[in-house]
Design a protein around this ligand. Sequence first.
Ligand SMILES: Nc1ncnc2c1ncn2[C@@H]1O[C@H](COP(=O)(O)OP(=O)(O)OP(=O)(O)O)[C@@H](O)[C@H]1O
Length: 378
Amino acid sequence: MNGASNKGLVARGIAKSFAHKVLHEVGIEVAPGELLAITGPSGAGKTTLARILAGLERPDAGSVSLGGRDLAGVPPGQRRVALMFESYALYPHLTVRGNALSPLQAPGGRLDPVAANLRVDEVLELLEIKHLGERLPGALSGGQKQRVALARLLVQAPDLYMLDEPISHLDAKLRHKLRGEIRRRLSAQSAPTIWLTPDGMEALSVGDRVVVLDQGRVEQVGTPEEIWLKPASARVAKLLGDPPMNLIDGSLLREGDTLYFTRRAMRLALPPALAAAALGATSDALILGVRPEVIAFTATDAPGAVSAEIYSNEPFGKHVIVTLDLGALLVKAKTSMATASALGEGEDEGIGREIGITIPGEGLVLFDGATGRALSGN
Ligand SMILES: Nc1ncnc2c1ncn2[C@@H]1O[C@H](COP(=O)(O)OP(=O)(O)OP(=O)(O)O)[C@@H](O)[C@H]1O
C-alpha cells in the first residue's frame, strides 16, 4: 500500500499468545474512508486482533498506528476508536435513546444537546428503532439490542470504526438492507472502518478490500473480486460461497501432450492455463476447486461425463442444491428448480439415481495438493 494509508490504520507484526499462539505476525492497513472486512472461521483470531487495535488487549509483539500516531501505551479511551462488540455492551439502566446518546455526552465526544438529539434521531430512524427510544435494553430482542449498539457506533465521528459481527442477529431482510446503508454511511466518513465477520459472503459484499484470517495468519488480502476469483488457498476457497467451492483431491496425469486432473474414474483434460499452473505443483497431488454453479447434468454415457449418484436434493427458493456422490466424495451442485426437477419425479426426487455430470474447463481453480496454495495461472 502507498504512503497515503499511513494516515489511516497501520498494524504491523501483531503477535499474541494465550495458551497457544492466536495471532502470528499479522499486518493490516486500512486507508482513510476505506472499509476493510476481516473474515475467517470461528477462533481465527478476529476478535483478539480487534481488541488489540482498540487497546483492550496488549500484543506480545507488533505496532499499531492510527492517523500517523503510534498507539503504543495509549489507553483505549484515548484511541478515538468507535467500537461495536458482538456482545453489545449496552448500559442496562439507560434507554435506547440514552445508549445512543452516550458517546456524544462523554468527555471528548460532547456535542450540543440539540445537535446530538438530531443525530441520534436520524440514526435510530435509519436502523428502524426510533419507536423503541424510551425502552430499556432488558425489554429488547437480540436484533433490537444489536441495532442499539450499531446506533451508538454510528453517531460517533472517531478516527477508526470497528464493528465485530454487527448484523449477525438481524433477520435476513433487515440484514440485507442495513448492510448497504451502514456501508454507505461509513464509506462517506474519513475514518477507516474494520468490519469483522465469520460470514465470507458478507465480507465480500461490504469490504472495499477483504482480509481472510485463518488460525491467526493472514491467508489472503485483496479486493472482493480477487478473493472470489482467485482464492489464494483451499482454506480461503472453503470459506466463501453458498455453498462453497467443491474441493476435489486428485492427481495429475500426463498422456501425450495433454494433462489431466484425475480422481478414480474421473478424468478432466486441463485447459492450457490450468495445465501450465498444474506444472508448478510441488508433486502430482492436486486439489481441483469447482464452484457448485458450474456443474451441469447430463446422461451417464455423454462424452466427458463423470458418473455420480444423487445423494440429496434440497430446494432453496429460486435454486436447488443437489448433493452428488462421486464415490467416497460428496460434491454440491447449485442449479435451477427446473433442472433439479428434471432429475427425478415423485417423492424420492431422484435420490439414488445414477446421472452424468460435466465440469467445464472454465471457472476452475487448482491448488497444490501438498501445500493447499493456489497454483499460479488460475
Ligand atoms: N482471554 C483469552 N484467554 C485465552 N484464550 C483466548 C482468550 N481470548 C481468545 N482466546 C483464544 O484465542 C483464539 C481466537 O479467539 P478469537 O475470539 O479472537 O477468534 P474469532 O476469530 O473472533 O472467533 P469468533 O468468530 O468465534 O468470535 C481462540 O482459540 C480463543 O479460545
